[in-house]
Design a protein around this ligand. Structure first.
Ligand code: ADP
Ligand code: ASP
Ligand code: MG
Length: 413
């Protein structure tokens, strides 16, 4: 790193799709960035694609193919962010602020080769440091990377958060500000639940669970990075100047809430393997075959075997259903017994809180509240700090509010 660069002044900021949704908003973001610049910050700014660009690009591809090559899909999707970095750099130039835009290839954001769900492995910082030392703002395309053969990869939907936090870690920036369309991290999605409350602080572990269980406000891998490298994330609104939510180590949280948040995930499906052989190695075979195709399995339930037969049920992302079906049908054929069934009409409602570690009865309260509303629990999964229930998809929103209410999170006006 150049000797002249004062790391304590490096700030990484990320602006999401809504925040840069049109030219007017980009100009507003530029004005905000200018005020930080004038206060002496060395800025690296990550942006997402404008508005719903990524969705539109996905739709565009579907007009050509139901199953486009993954490499080409990433090539296509990465273009959204390339538009927004250039637009923001132009907006900064317009108001007299030196800024230079970059894509992942130019910076060298190295990832593995898993198209559409790549992991960042290393970020080179030389160019960024040179530009910062020269007094320029670096505008970096979020959501994208390059693999070892220079193919363009993308990090999964919502992945610009991860680009920003990984850059903050690589540059040893003290903080990463995530500017979005809500004021911070709430006890549940404020656009889906009544009476939600904003957290002033939340621990990495709780945020990681919330993000993995469907709280779309942060990409879960961004939280993994933050925890690993000690980056403080500040989630805040790009439309006002209110302090948002700090994502920090657990020791920095005074009040350990029993439940700090509830989530709903509606993009999973359930797979059941019925009457399969009950012998060592079967489960390993199933999950090994799925893992080999990068299919993430979430909740797993296996029944007690009977008559040398067993049932295993598990949840996987909707988008992987077709591929999973092919893999499992092959296994069933090899075993010569059993059948597979698939259910897309499920949702997963979860409660998360570090306070659960030291309190019993949390699961019972959640189950009772759902039962009282006549909502059937189809599968259950727990960890030290979370409880998840699989329920019918059409009861999802209702269940989310019920669980938020039962843990006393709902604020009455
Ligand atoms: P961006 O485009 O800025 O990345 P996202 O749409 O990815 O924005 O994330 C912000 C959205 O996350 C909010 O509009 C909100 O609906 C949703 N969200 C889900 N869970 C939560 C939560 N617990 N707290 C705040 N927002 C949440
Ligand atoms: N543009 C990408 C998406 O829509 C990445 C992001 O917004 O974080 O998923
Ligand atoms: Mg997002």
């Amino acid at each position: 790193m150049s000797a002249a660069l004062d790391r304590s002044k490096i700030l990484v900021q990320k602006f999401g799709g809504t925040s840069v949704g049109d030219a007017e908003r980009i100009k507003r973001v530029a004005a905000r960035i200018k005020s930080y610049y004038e206060n002496g910050y060395l800025l690296v700014v990550v942006v997402s694609a404008m508005g719903h660009t990524t969705d539109e690009l996905i739709k565009l591809a579907s007009q050509i193919s139901d199953n486009p090559p993954k490499r080409e899909m990433d090539m296509l999707l990465s273009t959204g962010e390339q538009v927004s970095v250039a637009m923001l750099a132009m907006a900064l130039h317009e108001i007299g602020v030196p800024a230079v835009s970059f894509n992942a290839q130019q910076i060298k954001i190295h990832t593995d080769a898993r198209y559409s769900n790549a992991r960042i492995e290393k970020i080179e910082t030389d160019r960024l440091e040179k530009e910062l030392a020269a007094g320029r703002i670096c505008i970096v395309a979020g959501f994208q990377g390059i693999d070892e053969h220079q193919n363009i990869t993308t990090l999964g939907r919502g992945g610009s958060d991860t680009s920003a936090v990984a850059l903050a870690a690589a540059l040893h920036a003290k903080e990463c500000e995530i500017f979005t369309d809500v004021d911070g991290v709430y006890t549940a999605d404020p656009n889906k639940v009544q009476g939600t409350r904003k957290h002033e602080r939340i621990s990495y572990d709780e945020m990681l669970e919330l993000a993995s269980l469907g709280a779309g406000v942060l990409h879960s891998r961004s939280v993994e990075f933050a925890k690993k490298y000690g980056v403080v994330i500040h989630v805040r609104s790009s439309f006002n100047f209110n302090t948002g939510t700090l994502v920090v180590p657990e020791e920095q949280i005074m009040e350990k809430l029993l439940v700090s948040g509830v989530t709903l995930k509606s993009d999973d499906a359930r797979v059941s393997l019925n009457d399969i052989p009950d012998r060592p190695g079967i489960a390993a075979e199933v999950f090994h075959a799925l893992a080999a195709q990068n299919i993430n399995v979430d909740i797993i339930v296996q029944s007690t075997g009977k008559d040398n037969k067993n049932t295993i049920s598990f949840t996987i992302p909707h988008k992987d259903l077709k591929q999973a079906r092919e893999i499992l049908e092959l296994l069933l054929k090899n075993w010569g017994t059993g059948s597979a069934s698939f259910d897309e009409n499920i949702a997963i409602v979860s409660a998360v809180g570090v306070g659960m570690k030291s309190h019993s009865g949390v699961a019972a309260s959640m189950f009772k509240s759902l039962a009282d509303a006549g909502i059937n629990i189809e599968m259950i999964s727990t960890s030290e700090i979370k409880i998840s229930c699989v329920i019918a998809k059409d009861r999802g929103r209702e269940a989310l509010q019920i669980v938020h209410d039962v843990f006393g999170l709902t604020q009455t006006a």
